[in-house]
Design a protein around this ligand. Structure first.
Ligand SMILES: CCCCCCCC(=O)SCCNC(=O)CCNC(=O)[C@H](O)C(C)(C)COP(=O)(O)OP(=O)(O)OC[C@H]1O[C@@H](n2cnc3c(N)ncnc32)[C@H](O)[C@@H]1OP(=O)(O)O
Length: 179
């Protein structure tokens, strides 16, 4: 298990968006999920995702791909606690119960260990509250990368826009997980 980073936020801290145009957590992404994560105990975060009319895959039910996105966000947020810049290499989801429109998925995500550049994470999403029945489980392997991963692979205009963001902190965060 890795150590928690010395500058990691305290439990209870809301992490906010790492990039305003991120489809998972950004406020400027049209139709995006806009989930936010809160630091939990140890190397864990909690994330809530409320399924709306716009998230349907079948009548009245959440689309599985969007649920996977919510888990990608929650699991990715764990990397902040260890101060790692990382991208999703592998994401596996187990859908245990249908998730209806209007319900909130209470996700708890944690770090399970590190091996070289690989960060192993897992999460469970519960319905009806943080102690409710498990509806979705997920595991992911994040791969640690350098900032050059984003600078050399991202579309130039978006990279430049983020680099020139007057809110320097926000611009730096944009490169921490997903451009
Ligand atoms: C709060 C914010 C939440 C945000 C969450 C959103 C995060 C995202 O969506 S990120 C975007 C989606 N992901 C991507 O675009 C990644 C695309 N892939 C890549 O760029 C590359 O394949 C990359 C960087 C992952 C790996 O390439 P590279 O740097 O050459 O690594 P490489 O040397 O092949 O592998 C390093 C290690 O990782 C392992 N690895 C690489 N890819 C994978 C994979 N897909 N699955 C499992 N393990 C992998 C390798 O086996 C190797 O392990 P070991 O060191 O034990 O031999």
């Amino acid at each position: 298990m890795p150590d928690k980073h010395s500058n990691a936020p305290e439990p209870g801290t809301k992490l906010g968006s790492h990039y305003s145009r991120c489809f998972g957590c950004g406020d400027d992404a049209l139709g995006g999920l806009r989930v936010s994560s809160t630091v939990g105990e140890g190397l864990s975060v909690t994330t809530e995702f409320t399924v709306t009319d716009n998230h349907q895959g079948a009548p009245g039910l959440a689309h599985g791909g969007l649920l996977a996105l919510a888990f990608d966000e929650a699991l990715g947020a764990v990397n902040w606690l260890i101060g790692a810049i990382a991208v999703t290499g592998r994401l596996e989801t187990d859908y245990l119960m249908p998730v209806p429109v209007g319900t909130t998925l209470h996700i708890t995500a944690q770090c399970d260990g590190i091996s070289g550049r690989k960060i192993y994470t897992s999460a469970v999403g519960r319905l009806g509250g943080p102690e409710g029945e498990a509806a979705v489980r997920a595991t992911a392997i994040f791969i640690q990368v350098g900032v050059d991963h984003f600078l050399s692979n991202g579309r130039l205009e978006d990279v430049q826009e983020a680099m020139h963001d007057p809110e320097q902190l926000r611009a730096a965060r944009a490169f921490e997980v997903n451009p």
